[in-house]
Structure formats: structure tokens, C-alpha cells
Ligand binder design. Structure first.
Ligand SMILES: C[S@@+](CC[C@H](N)C(=O)[O-])C[C@H]1O[C@@H](n2cnc3c(N)ncnc32)[C@H](O)[C@@H]1O
Length: 216
């Protein structure tokens, strides 16, 4: 049965960090790698889209403990756990969908998102990335680490499966339901370029998990 996105993550909060670090292949490599790409300047402003319990921030704070982080997530449980882990850090948490939160103009030195954006269509991501592009400062950049479909056929299959499940379950609302529909890395890069990013490159990959850097 499909579950609404926030319900899905609320229900899996217990043991979430352990699950990610033991069952997600290469997690012990891609979280530190992702964190290493973020700015180390004192008091820099970082946006985390779908921050969850802050696994990427755990690594980042080892490199820059003074960063001012804004984290957006749909799940109150995940945000409560994040706050518990990082007492004393300069963090602003927003409980909402990153598609709906105004991000402002020239606010962030960099943005990051790990394992969150593989649920959306290319069109949905273009609208988010355009808003993100405006929110980044000059020379700001976005680091995306996520898993991707390895072919157009795989991408299409995930999307069709989601549509079939929604039809079967009589779901007609526009809310986000949890079902992984990763784009191919080629389509994700196209989305970032169409949203206005000037330079987009793959920095690394581990199987189907890639780290992509998009520069404003
Ligand atoms: C697999 S978790 C990853 C969390 C964290 N980045 C990590 O790597 O551990 C995906 C997170 O994205 C959040 N999420 C999914 N869709 C979202 C949306 N539209 N707006 C904000 N958060 C969202 C979920 O609530 C969940 O906490």
C-alpha cells in the first residue's frame, strides 16, 4: 500500500539512521564525500533539502561546526531527532515541503540534498531547482547525492508502477506518496541546466548513487 510521504518516514523513524548506514550500499562513503564538497568558510549559510535526521550534516559539522544550516523536511519526527542530535548548532528547521517553502534570493552559499529527490518528476524538480538557483548567492552551488535509474526504461518503469498503484488504490489527490521514481542522471542534469544552473558535473558515483554538483 502506498503511504503519504510524511507518514512513510514518520513510521520508519525508529532505527532510521542505523538502517541507512547498514542497508544502503556505500552510505559510509557517500555521506562523508558529500559533506566534503560543502563550503568550510566560517558561518556560511547552507540549505538542506529533505534533511531527515541529518546524516549528511553529522559529517559536515565535523568539517565546519560554525555553519548556519536551514533544513527543510516534511516529517516532524525526523526534524525532532535532528534537533536532538545537534544541540547548540545554528540550525533553522522548516516543517514543510521544499516545493512550497519560499527560499528567498541570494541567501545561501550552498545547498545539499541526499536521498530525497528521487521521488519526483523532472518537471517538479525543474521548478524546485529554479527556485533554488535564485536562492543561491553568486558562485553558490548545489550538491545532490541520490540514487538514479540506470536507463530510460528503468525510469519509465518506476513512474508507470507508481501510476498503476495509485489507480489500483483509488488515489486521486495531488499529495506526494512514497514511491521511489528516480530519474536517470542524464535527466537530472538536464533539469538542473533547464532551471538555470550554468555548470553541472558528476563528481563521483557508487553503483547507482551519484554526487552531482550544480554551480549557479
Ligand atoms: C530517505 S530520507 C533522507 C534524509 C537525509 N537527507 C538522509 O540522507 O538521511 C528522505 C527525506 O526527504 C523528506 N522529503 C521527501 N519529500 C519531501 C518534500 N517534498 N519536502 C521536504 N522533505 C521531503 C522525507 O520526509 C525524508 O525525511
Amino acid at each position: 500500500m502506498l503511504e503519504k510521504m510524511s507518514d512513510f518516514f514518520e513510521a520508519r523513524l525508529d532505527g532510521y539512521d542505523e538502517h541507512m548506514m547498514t542497508n544502503i550500499e556505500y552510505a559510509s562513503e557517500f555521506y562523508p564525500f558529500t559533506a566534503k564538497q560543502l563550503p568550510t568558510a566560517e558561518n556560511c549559510c547552507i540549505l538542506d533539502l529533505g534533511c531527515g535526521t541529518g546524516l549528511e550534516l553529522q559529517e559536515y559539522y565535523k568539517l565546519n561546526s560554525s555553519a548556519k544550516v536551514t533544513g527543510i523536511d516534511l516529517s516532524q519526527g525526523m526534524l525532532t531527532e535532528l534537533q536532538r542530535k545537534f544541540v547548540g548548532k545554528n540550525i533553522t528547521l522548516i516543517l514543510d515541503s521544499y516545493f512550497d517553502v519560499p527560499l528567498g534570493e541570494n541567501v545561501f552559499d550552498a545547498a545539499v540534498s541526499v536521498e530525497s529527490l528521487h521521488h519526483f518528476t523532472k518537471e517538479e524538480n525543474i521548478s524546485l531547482y529554479a527556485k533554488l538557483h535564485t536562492a543561491l548567492k553568486e558562485n553558490g552551488y548545489f550538491i545532490l547525492t541520490d540514487y538514479f535509474s540506470l536507463s530510460d526504461d528503468e525510469e519509465k518503469m518506476h513512474r508507470q508502477n507508481l501510476i498503476a498503484l495509485k489507480t489500483e488504490q483509488g488515489i486521486t489527490d495531488d499529495e506526494f506518496y512514497h514511491y521511489d521514481t528516480p530519474l536517470t542522471v542524464k535527466h537530472e542534469i538536464e533539469a538542473l541546466l533547464e532551471a538555470g544552473f550554468s555548470n553541472v558535473e558528476v563528481l563521483n558515483h557508487w553503483g547507482a548513487t551519484y554526487t552531482v554538483k550544480a554551480v549557479k
